[in-house]
Design a protein around this ligand. Structure first.
Ligand code: SAM
Ligand code: DTB
Ligand code: SF4
Length: 342
């Protein structure tokens, strides 16, 4: 790493001042992207992206009222409820994901919180099975207790996703059935259990720049910054209170991604929901600004995502290679190889 690159990153990212974040966030976009790109290159291989696959293992009927979500039982959306999937079906999906070049497999459930019992035991079996495939296994199941987090760690869980979504102040405009504090408690339980933390947010919830800066400030000042920070653009779903919201501009995504990259230089920054609406040129800018992961496959949890082959072609065009799994003995087959077989 050159001295110049090092000076461009924030020296102590775990205690970073809000004014400093605001200054970075509001700097001229062209400078912001350039600086973020330098930090990215100093801390990561800029030609590498991690390819993750999502699977909704329990869909819809959620008691929470998150105003962006297709799976809340409170809104009439096009999503069909589905009870917890069978172990075999999940393992089949994980093997398919691995064969397609993904190295991280994330299982999502439309639960407010995990309840210990037969369903949680089945999820623990899923974690064991996916881990045995040499994939980084991630779950997002709502709130968990310290004991549940430890049980998941023991079963082989690599990461847990639990987003803060927006600022503490704006949170109650978006979600009323739980608090920011609830969210932070789960993140704490996950961290204490020794599980890698995946925590980020969504743009397009009617938040201001100050809300975005507050979210970044909270993330970077967690006792340990998250290893993974998903940046989602709202997918406006019919029937939810946020249906009809304006599309998030690429410039907002770039400011968010670039600032996150500068203040959390080691994290994986995931260009998550919203890619279907983004031309490849816009996605390329996000990778230049420091994003280094995507969700692949034609479905996220319930909403559409670019087709697999389209992403493979985009990565090949940009000269981006899928990053090997952190848990596998050897790298899985690459997206490029897969693309060439089509
Ligand atoms: N129920 C669990 C929870 O809320 O933590 C896990 C599943 S939830 C669907 C996972 C994350 O997906 C949410 O925290 C939110 O950040 C993101 N998400 C959900 N719906 C979205 C949408 N319509 N657009 C963008 N991101 C969304
Ligand atoms: C995250 O931040 N984004 C992913 C993953 N974590 C679980 C989920 C996006 C969901 C988008 C809406 C849907 O498909 O239902
Ligand atoms: Fe439920 Fe999670 Fe959707 Fe909120 S985001 S309604 S907790 S599935």
């Amino acid at each position: 790493m050159s001295t110049h690159d090092f000076q461009n990153s924030v020296s102590n990212p775990s205690r970073i001042d809000r004014n400093e974040i605001a200054r970075i966030y509001h700097s001229p976009l062209i400078d912001l992207i350039g600086r973020a790109s330098g930090v990215h290159r100093a801390h990561h291989d800029p030609t590498e992206v991690q390819v993750c696959v999502l699977l909704s293992i329990k869909t819809g009927g959620c008691p929470e009222d998150c105003s962006y979500c297709s799976q809340s039982a409170r809104y009439k959306t096009p999503v069909e409820n589905q009870s917890l999937m069978d172990l075999d079906e999940v393992l089949r999906a994980a093997r398919d994901a691995k064969a397609s070049g993904a190295t991280r497999f994330c299982m999502g459930a439309a639960w407010r919180e995990v309840r210990s019992g037969p369903q949680f035991d089945r999820v623990l079996e899923m974690i064991r099975g996916v881990n045995d495939e040499g994939l980084e296994v991630c779950c997002t199941l709502g709130m968990v207790t310290p004991d549940q987090a430890r049980a998941m760690k023991e079963a082989g869980l690599y990461a847990y996703n639990h987003n803060l979504d927006t600022s503490a102040e704006h949170y109650s405009d978006v979600i009323r059935t739980r608090t920011y504090e609830d969210r932070l408690k789960t993140i704490d339980a996950v961290r204490e259990a020794g599980i890698s933390v995946c925590c980020g947010g969504i743009l397009g919830l009617g938040e201001t720049d100050d809300d975005r800066i507050d979210l970044l400030h909270t993330l970077a000042n967690l006792p340990e910054p998250p290893e993974s920070v998903p940046v989602n653009a709202l997918v406006a779903v019919e029937g939810t209170p946020l249906a009809g919201s304006p599309k998030v501009s690429v410039w907002s995504m770039l400011r968010m991604i670039a600032t996150a990259r500068i203040i959390m230089p080691e994290a994986m920054i995931r260009l998550s929901a919203g890619r279907l609406e983004m031309p490849e040129s816009e996605q390329a800018l996000c990778f230049i600004a420091g994003a280094n992961s995507i969700f692949a496959g034609d479905k996220l949890l319930t909403t559409p995502n670019p087709a697999y082959d389209r992403d493979a072609a985009m990565l090949a065009t940009l000269g981006l290679n899928p990053r090997p799994s952190a848990v596998a003995g050897k790298p899985t087959s690459s997206v490029h190889e897969h693309a060439e077989t089509h």
